[in-house]
Design a protein around this ligand. Structure first.
Ligand code: PHE
Length: 445
C-alpha cells in the first residue's frame, strides 16, 4: 500500500491548522484581558521563542524519524527501555480528551454564526443573558451543533491524511487568514487601535504574578499544539528530506502572528464600540457581539465572518486532536481508518454530551465534583496535568534518551550554530519550566 504523505505546503498548513485554534482566537484574548495585558503577552512570547520553538522541532523530529503513530514512534526510536518509552505516546489520549469540550465550544460557534446573521444583542447584559441561557438551559441547540461538529470532524478523519486533513487545511487556513486580515485592516482604521496596541504591548509588571506566569507558559504549549501527539503524528507523514526547522518556524510564526492579530483586532473593537478589554471566557460570545451590534449592519457581517473564521480554526485543530488516536489504532491494532475514525469520533461525541450536560441547570449538581463541573475538569486535567507532562516527556526524550549523535547528524545541518542552544533548551530550560508549571497548576505553590 502506498503511504499517503503531506506535500510540503500541505504539512505546514496542516500543522499550522492544528496550532491555530480556539486557543488563539478565543482563549488568548480573554486570558490576556484577565491577566492585565502587556506583561502577560511578553511572558507568553518569550516562552514561545525559548521553549515552544524548541519543543516544536523536537516533536516534529520524533514523528519524522518514528514514521508511525506516536506510541510506535517513541518505541521505535528509543535505544533503551523501549517498553517504558512507548508510554510517552499516551500523550495522544490527552488530545482526545480535549475534544470532549472543544467540540461543545465549536457547537456554540456554529450556533453564533447562524444567530449573528439575523440579530445581535444590543447590550452586554443582553448578550450575557443569551449566552448563559444557551449554556445553562438549552440542551437541544447545543446537542444539535455538537452533533454537527462531530459529523464534520469524523468525516474528514475518515478521508485520511491527503484527501481529508490536507485538503481541508488547504482550503480553510487561507480562508481564515483572509477573513482575519480583512477585519484587521478595518480595525487599523479605527481611533481605538493605538489603545489596543498599548494594552497588549505596554508591560505593566505589577500585574504579573506567579499564576499569570504559569498560565502564559501553559498557554504557549496549548496554542502550539505541543505535548499531545498532534504535531508528532502529522510529522510522521512529512515528505522525506523535509526541513524540520523551517517547517517548525512557519508553524510557530503563523500561530503567533494570528494570535496577535486576533487580539489586536478584538481589543480595538472592544475599546471602540464596547466596554474595553473584557475578561473571561465570555469575551467573544458576550462582549464582542455587543460591540458588533454598535457597528450596525457591518457588525452583522463582521460577526458572521468572525465566527466562521473561529469555526475554521477550531475544526482544523480538532482533526489534529483526534488523529493521533485514530492513527494509533490503525497502526497497532490494524483497524481500518473508517472504523478508527468513527469510534474515536463517538468517544468524544458521547462524553462531550456529558460535558455539555454538566453546564445545564438541573444536571450540574450531579456532574460537579469539588469546585468544578465535568466540563471544567476535562479542561483542567488536560491543560494542567496531561499537557505539561507531555511537554516534559518530549524534552527529556530528545534531550537525554535519543542518541545525541543521531539527533546531531539530522539537526545540525538544519540548525547550524543554534544546535547547542536548542539542545540545551530541551535538556534544561524546558524540563524545569514544565515542572514549575505542573507544581503550580496542581496547587503546590
Ligand atoms: N493549538 C490548538 C489551539 O490553540 C489546540 C490544540 C492543542 C490542538 C493540542 C492540537 C493539540 O486551540
Amino acid at each position: 500500500m502506498k503511504i499517503a504523505r503531506f506535500s510540503r505546503v500541505g504539512f505546514i498548513l496542516a500543522a499550522a491548522g492544528s496550532a491555530v485554534g480556539l486557543g488563539n482566537i478565543w482563549k488568548f484574548p480573554y486570558i490576556t484581558g484577565e491577566y492585565g495585558g502587556g506583561a502577560f503577552v511578553f511572558v507568553y512570547l518569550l516562552t514561545v521563542l525559548l521553549i515552544g520553538f524548541s519543543i516544536m522541532i523536537a516533536e516534529m523530529l520524533i514523528g519524522y524519524i518514528g514514521r508511525k503513530d506516536a506510541v510506535s514512534s517513541f518505541e521505535n526510536i528509543a535505544p533503551t527501555h523501549k517498553h517504558l518509552w512507548k508510554y510517552g505516546g499516551f500523550q495522544s489520549l490527552a488530545g482526545l480528551f480535549v475534544m470532549i469540550f472543544y467540540s461543545v465550544v465549536i457547537g456554540w460557534i456554529f450556533h453564533y454564526i447562524v444567530t449573528s446573521l439575523s440579530s445581535l444583542p444590543s447590550s452586554v447584559q443582553e448578550a450575557e443573558t443569551t449566552f448563559n441561557a444557551m449554556i445553562h438551559t438549552d440542551i437541544a441547540t447545543q446537542l444539535f451543533y455538537h452533533s454537527l461538529a462531530f459529523i464534520w470532524i469524523t468525516y474528514v478523519l475518515t478521508k485520511g491524511i491527503k484527501g481529508g486533513i490536507e485538503k481541508m487545511n488547504m482550503f480553510l487556513m487561507p480562508a481564515l487568514m483572509i477573513i482575519l486580515a480583512g477585519m484587521f485592516i478595518y480595525a487599523l482604521s479605527l481611533d481605538a487601535f493605538p489603545k489596543a496596541v498599548n494594552f497588549m504591548f505596554a508591560a505593566d509588571w505589577s500585574k504579573i504574578n506567579s499564576e499569570a506566569f504559569v498560565v502564559a507558559v501553559g498557554h504557549a504549549f496549548f496554542t502550539l499544539s505541543l505535548g499531545m501527539g498532534a504535531i508528532m503524528t502529522y510529522a510522521a507523514s512529512m515528505e522525506k528530506n523535509s526541513n524540520i526547522v523551517k517547517a517548525a518556524f512557519w508553524v510557530v510564526f503563523l500561530d503567533t502572528i494570528i494570535a496577535i492579530v486576533a487580539g489586536l483586532m478584538l481589543f480595538t473593537f472592544l475599546y471602540q464600540y464596547g466596554a474595553g478589554p473584557a475578561k473571561g471566557p465570555g469575551l467573544v460570545f458576550i462582549s464582542l457581539p455587543a460591540a458588533f451590534y454598535e457597528m450596525g449592519i457591518l457588525g452583522n457581517i463582521f460577526a458572521v465572518l468572525f465566527f466562521i473564521a473561529l469555526a475554521f480554526a477550531g475544526l482544523t485543530s480538532s482533526v489534529s486532536l483526534v488523529e493521533p488516536m485514530v492513527q494509533y489504532f490503525i497502526d497497532r491494532f490494524s483497524w481500518s481508518r473508517f472504523k478508527s475514525s468513527i469510534l474515536m469520533g463517538l468517544f468524544f461525541y458521547l462524553i462531550g454530551i456529558i460535558a455539555l450536560l454538566s453546564n445545564i441547570d438541573g444536571y450540574q449538581e450531579l456532574l460537579t465534583w469539588g469546585d468544578k463541573n465535568f466540563f471544567d475538569w476535562v479542561d483542567y486535567v488536560t491543560s494542567a496535568i496531561m499537557l505539561p507532562i507531555g511537554g516534559l516527556i518530549m524534552a527529556v526524550f530528545v534531550g537525554f534518551i535519543l542518541d545525541k549523535r543521531k539527533v546531531e547528524s539530522l539537526m545540525k545541518p538544519q540548525l547550524g550554530f543554534a544546535f547547542e542552544t536548542w539542545y540545551f533548551s530541551l535538556r534544561y530550560i524546558t524540563p524545569i519550566a514544565m515542572f514549575v508549571v505542573m507544581l503550580n497548576l496542581i496547587g503546590i505553590f
